[in-house]
Design a protein around this ligand. Structure first.
Ligand code: GLN
Length: 318
């Protein structure tokens, strides 16, 4: 690597978009939440917030989509901040499941405590321990800070759609309540969970959030610490082991970046002390992750040597 000739990151980001689009996208938009199907199916946006304080974008990176499961990282931060580590991890474990994100089976066959905070059952348990008077308002406030944008809101349409179609999540919450894992009211808790999943962001927002995680909780533009570093360590570790659901192992091998995907089509990534990245495209593979988003991120990882075990320094970029 030649340190004296930095590479053009804007070009690499644009190439990642072209690379992703060179694949036929046989994925399907999530329609089990009916409102999620009402999107531009061919959208693809990529955003990178770099530690040189520049932002690189390509494609539909201003297009709004719902944060969905990526909210699980923010609700976990909020729970750890307000209720503390001991309380949170008395309600949820930190082990991968190898099952789909909405699976209920291990709550009966293995343990009544959900296996990790990145699956629906675990996220619902986490929402149940957030210790503020208005958990959704606290969540929204934190999301705005992490994404560096004040006008982030809930999509009313998606929220209502989740409420109507969310009976599987309700089932899990009732099971958690019956076992004493969930202490709060079931309907109130799932309502907050649905609202959190329905918050609308764009790829640039989540790239900012990724940058905060990459910098151990600090916003590099303002110098403000938003999240305690011990919490960021927990969240990034869980992103590695559980963030891509039952595809986490394969993603760790192919890409090697802490990441979290959501059925809205977003994928959030944090490259240690270097980049926050988000790719957005709504068509999903059978595990619930964006098909083109995965391709774009895979390209960036290979091209920029971002894999955590790449063994060489990341190139310098301008
Ligand atoms: N709101 C979605 C659900 O509860 C979130 C799932 C996801 O993004 N994987 O099913």
């Amino acid at each position: 690597m030649n340190k004296s000739s930095p590479k053009d990151l804007q070009k690499v980001v644009e190439q990642s978009l072209q690379y992703a689009k060179s694949f036929e996208n046989n994925g399907k938009v999530a329609d089990y939440i009916p409102e999620l199907a009402n999107v531009d199916q061919d959208a693809l946006g990529i955003a990178v917030v770099a530690n040189n304080k520049k932002i690189y974008t390509a494609g539909d990176c201003q297009k709004l989509f719902t944060i969905q499961s990526i909210a699980k990282t923010i609700s976990l931060i909020l729970a750890l901040q307000t209720a503390g580590k001991e309380k949170v991890f008395s309600k949820v474990w930190v082990e991968p499941t190898g099952d789909p994100f909405n699976s209920i089976v291990k709550l009966e066959t293995k343990t009544h405590i959900p296996l990790n905070p990145m699956i629906n059952a675990g996220a619902i348990a986490v929402v149940g321990v957030i210790d503020t008077q208005f958990p959704f308002a606290s969540f929204l406030e934190l999301t705005r800070k992490l994404c560096n944008r004040d006008d982030i809101y809930l999509s009313e349409k998606v929220y209502l759609s989740e409420r109507i179609s969310g009976n599987r999540n309700r089932a899990m919450a009732y099971l958690l309540k019956s076992e004493g894992v969930l202490e709060k009211d079931v309907e109130e808790t799932v309502d907050i969970y649905f609202k959190m999943c329905s918050v609308e962001v764009n790829a640039i927002d989540l790239a900012y959030f990724g940058s905060v995680l990459a910098n151990d909780g600090v916003n590099i533009f303002t110098g403000e610490r938003i999240v305690e570093d011990w919490i960021v360590t927990i969240v990034k570790t869980l992103m590695v082991t559980c963030g891509m659901y039952d595809g986490s192992g394969e993603f760790a091998i192919n890409v090697g970046i802490p990441a979290k995907s959501g059925v809205g089509g977003g994928i959030l990534c944090a490259v240690e002390e270097n980049f926050g990245i988000c790719a957005y495209s709504p068509k999903l593979d059978d595990k619930g992750s964006s098909v083109w988003g995965l391709k774009a991120i895979e390209y960036l990882s290979k091209e920029m040597k971002l894999h955590f075990f790449a063994g060489s320094e990341i190139n310098e970029y301008y």
